[in-house]
Design a protein around this ligand. Structure first.
Ligand code: SF4
Length: 449
């Protein structure tokens, strides 16, 4: 529950000395309650009172870090239930699962398959960021430890799925430097698992037979002082996993129930075992609501292209335009004599257009204008991509000093700019591109043939 001014006043020093800039401790307490000022502005609050206040004013959902070095990633920390309310801050991470119960050929095939999906879209690297390594007691500890070592070789953040504290301890000894997740605390082993995870300094995943047992186990771990946790939504059924994901997130954000305020892990590989299509559908569901890590059996390009595209859309801040840096981008080995193409700095436009231009194989200089991160027609309508703004940009960037070509291709959707642009950029031949990016390959080849 958020603290009210009166609650904070009760903890205040009541000196009314004005050193904090407020006339009284009561006025100061009201400002702290509104979030207008930090409690640290008063030098007289006791450490105890500050600790109580920090606990009460902390975000409803914990931010948890996993992985180390360049592979470190942040989970949770969300403050809203819906993206349109503000923004989601830490994207869902995708993991592919391995198990020591798999035969050697299947393990090798999967280890070889995981690195194959690796590409960039709108400035973001798309790849399998995590690997879930499940322990099956029947398949033996040695094979598991061997598999953990092999999986570590992929250079991804590991999730060790193991409910045996002794085996978990041995596995963590091998890979704890990479700050993996240990997923496997439950009602019967949580004390031992917490000790193992805490000793290795890793995040602990908590499981439960149902939502109530899960909640109670998380609460018991918190009592032990372990708040470095993940909530496992379980493998009983899709319905139950979805209910846990939604109810826990809702309880954390709307009701400020901190016991529910941990990032989640969803085992889609178990909820729809052997059904790649259903798994892909479930990953999309849990990307939107509310999986922090979603585990699936495979990630080929067939799964990756729609899922990473969806994730990028969901976890983009709707309040910030997606922009690329304005300037000259030489493509296909262009030099100063290569033909020029210009468009706006909206990231999606840039990546779609530059992709097609690259496919054409024609050397060219792509000149990206500063159009406020808006699309071609929107920026044109807003006056940010006009003949005047393009000419001004050319002058500011000294395009004529840097490039010798005087042929400039403009987007087909703003063909109307041709005449005015020819007047503002004397000596330039203005050429109108097709309206659709997909037509650029043929157009570029034809025009430079
Ligand atoms: S500095 Fe602290 S003690 Fe002094 S008025 Fe402000 S809140 Fe009260």
């Amino acid at each position: 529950m958020a603290l009210k001014g009166l609650d904070i006043f009760k903890l205040s020093p009541k000196k009314n000395c004005k050193e904090c800039g407020s006339p009284t401790c009561m006025a100061f307490s009201m400002k702290v309650a509104q979030g207008a000022v930090s409690v640290d502005a008063c030098p007289y609050f006791s450490e105890d009172a500050k600790a109580q206040l920090n606990e009460a004013t902390a975000p409803p959902m914990k931010t948890i870090k996993v992985g180390a070095g360049d592979s470190e990633m942040v989970l949770g920390g969300e403050t809203v239930l819906f993206r349109h309310e503000k923004t989601f801050v830490n994207k869902t991470r995708y993991a592919v699962s391995l198990c020591n119960c798999m035969d050697d050929a299947a393990i090798e095939a999967k280890l070889a398959e995981i690195p194959k999906v690796d590409y960039e879209r709108i400035g973001e690297r798309m790849f399998v960021e995590m690997v879930y390594v499940n322990y099956c007691a029947d398949a033996g500890k040695e094979k598991y430890l061997d598999l953990v070592k092999k999986a570590e070789g992929l250079g991804r953040v590991l999730i060790l799925g193991c409910t045996d504290p002794d085996v978990a301890k041995e596995a963590l000894e091998l890979v704890k430097a990479g700050k993996p997740v240990l997923n496997g605390a439950n009602a019967s082993n949580y004390e031992a698992m917490s000790a193992v995870a805490t000793a290795a300094g890793v995040v602990l995943g908590v499981q439960g037979a149902d939502a109530n047992e899960l909640y109670d186990t998380v609460a018991a771990l918190e009592k032990l002082g372990n708040k470095n946790l993940l909530i496992d939504c379980g493998v009983n059924s899709v319905k139950e996993a979805y209910a846990i994901a939604v109810q826990f997130r809702k309880a954390a954000i709307k009701d400020s129930d901190r016991t529910c305020g941990y990032p989640s892990i969803v085992r889609v590989d178990q909820l729809a075992k052997g059904n790649a299509h259903l798994q892909a559908a479930l990953v999309s569901l849990f990307t939107m609501k509310y999986g922090s890590i979603v585990v699936l059996e495979q990630m080929t390009y067939a799964e990756a292209l729609p899922l990473y595209g969806l994730r990028q859309n969901v976890f983009t801040d709707p309040q910030k335009p997606m922009k690329v840096e304005p300037g000259i981008y030489p493509l296909n080995g262009a030099d100063e004599n290569s033909i020029c193409v210009t468009t706006v700095d909206f990231a999606l436009t840039y990546f779609v257009v530059s992709g097609e231009l690259e496919r054409s194989g024609v050397p060219l200089n792509l000149i990206i204008n500063d159009a406020g991160g808006l699309s071609v027609l929107t920026s044109w309508a807003a006056g940010k991509f006009s003949a005047g703004s393009i000419a001004k940009f050319f002058q500011e960037q000294d395009i004529e000093g840097k490039l010798k070509s005087r042929k400039l291709i403009i987007p087909g959707k703003v063909a109307v700019l041709k005449g005015e642009l020819e007047a503002k950029l004397p000596g330039w031949e203005i050429i109108i591109a097709p309206k659709e990016a997909v037509q650029l390959v043929k157009f570029m080849k034809d025009i430079t043939a």
